[in-house]
Design a protein. Sequence first.
Length: 201
Amino acid sequence: MIGAGTALTMAPRPVADLPSPSKPQTPTPIVKAEPSPLLSTGEAMAFIEPHEGRRKQVYPDSQGIPTIGVGFNLKRADAPQRLRELGHDYQKILNGTDQLNDQEINQLLKLDVKSALFNANSFLPFQDQPKDVQLILTDMAFNLGAKGLNKFVEFQKALKIRDYSKAAKEMINSQWYNQVGNRSKKLVRMMKNITSIRGPS
């Protein structure tokens, strides 16, 4: 028993842990979406060739135009000069008594694809578009030329706002769609698939 007046020694009470001051939040950095990688000449060549086929001798294309290699139009203005640069007589190539080898076909194709890439990128800058749009435009530029591609005014407007569904409809609503067989159907399917993934922004 503790007598009156006896001082009590109290054990110190544990002090509850106090919450530490909150640390300032580090702001989340805003990351810009990277643009789609630009289409290479090699990628475009590999994409276009199955649509055109490869022939070492002259043949009529779907419009009856004499053609050789991978879609090289022998009636274009620069055809005689291009063939002379490869060491061939234009008339012999045209009448089928001479032919090209694979290396020569690749040389013609590479230059034409580079031109198609330039024309497609002039029609619509590639850096803001998915790779499949770049492929579609380059294939169309190769097939139609700059003059033909530039007729697709509403198609171009739709692509600028990334309305890929509208762009696909504009592809279907053209003479080109019915002139090139399965090629146009494949390109339209590609465009529609971009719509289902990305949608208009």
